[in-house]
Design a protein around this ligand. Structure first.
Ligand SMILES: O=P(O)(O)O[C@H]1O[C@H](CO)[C@@H](O)[C@H]1O
Ligand SMILES: O=c1cc[nH]c(=O)[nH]1
Length: 295
């Protein structure tokens, strides 16, 4: 059977495939069972923190009126040693940890899982937090494209000792639909480019890391250059996420709330209650989006 979202001749009709970090395995002999469990998936929603994804899974079950049998609560799937994964109706939910290596492993394994299950039309969404660039804390930024440190919308993957460059684009159509949802539920949002860094401190131009060898003026000049190039936030996974989904023709969007405006500071100093409310904004947007698509 030809794959739709996996480009790997080695995986055409595999007899088994261990999805090691998910703690799940696929086997040809159990294909029908695998399809019965995962075949209906229409959305894959991920974000860094396991706690956030658990909250989202509960909210989604509530929104969709999906009940667990009396005495049971929502339970994760597979192993939780690396990622925590839930399935709520047609939505697969997982946390991806911090940084591109971590989200990359999750995306490879989830994409193979969906392929084996015959779930070929899932939309992928990363739902996270970020630092704003010229936008107020609490703004939900919808990523148009993800940038590298040179502000180029490409992701470079070292493969067999060579550098392979892939465009880091997201789906314009999905992003526009999510923007319409933000409008309809009055969530402040911006569509813009996202600078994706491999680090929270030096690569994001913070002055408060354990190492800092630049001045405040140099930091602000860099952030201003980012802003002038259309950057509206900074985080740590969108570039890999965009390049991976674009390569495999998977519709995808990145929806990240800003915790602060980096032109005004580096430390996340807002009270916990405010940050908690910010964290709920991308969730509300994605919940409303899923609801609108399933209706
Ligand atoms: O809130 P999440 O989804 O973890 O995303 C952002 O927060 C983490 C850094 O604090 C990085 O993973 C960054 O991308
Ligand atoms: O400034 C920030 C905030 C959240 N996540 C990041 O990567 N950067």
């Amino acid at each position: 059977m030809a794959h739709q979202h996996v480009i790997n001749a080695n995986l055409v009709n595999p007899s088994t495939d261990v999805l090691y970090h998910l703690g799940l395995s696929y086997s040809e002999a159990e294909r029908e069972q695998f399809q019965a469990i995962f075949g209906d998936i229409k959305f894959f929603i991920c974000g860094g923190s396991a706690e956030r994804m658990k909250t989202f899974a509960h909210k989604l079950a509530e929104t969709m009126d999906i009940k667990t049998p009396f005495g049971y609560s929502l339970s994760h799937i597979g192993s939780t040693s690396r990622y925590t994964t839930y399935k709520v109706g047609p939505v697969l939910i997982a946390n991806h940890g911090m940084g591109m290596p971590s989200i990359s492993i999750l995306l490879h394994e989830v994409t193979k899982l969906l392929e084996y299950a015959g779930a070929h039309d899932a939309i992928y969404i990363r739902m996270g937090t970020s630092g704003g660039v010229g936008v107020e804390g609490g703004t939900v930024v919808l990523t148009s494209e993800a940038l590298n440190h040179e502000l180029r919308p490409v992701h470079v993957v070292p493969i067999l000792g060579k550098l392979v460059e892939r465009p880091a684009k997201l789906s314009e159509a999905v992003t526009a639909e999510i923007a319409a949802v933000c409008d309809s539920i009055s969530i402040p949002y911006a569509i813009g480019k996202t600078l994706c860094a491999d680090d929270f401190y030096e690569e994001q131009g913070r002055l408060d890391g354990a190492i800092c060898e630049y001045t405040n003026e140099e930091k602000l000049a860099f952030l201003q250059t980012c802003h002038d190039a259309g950057t509206r936030n900074i985080e740590m996974e969108s570039r890999l996420f965009a390049a991976f989904t674009h390569k495999l023709n998977i519709p995808a969007a990145v929806v990240c709330v800003t915790l602060l405006n980096r032109l005004e500071g580096d430390q996340v100093t807002k009270p916990h209650s405010v940050l908690e409310e910010y964290d709920l904004r991308p969730m509300s947007v994605v919940l409303a989006y899923i609801k609108s698509k399933l209706q």
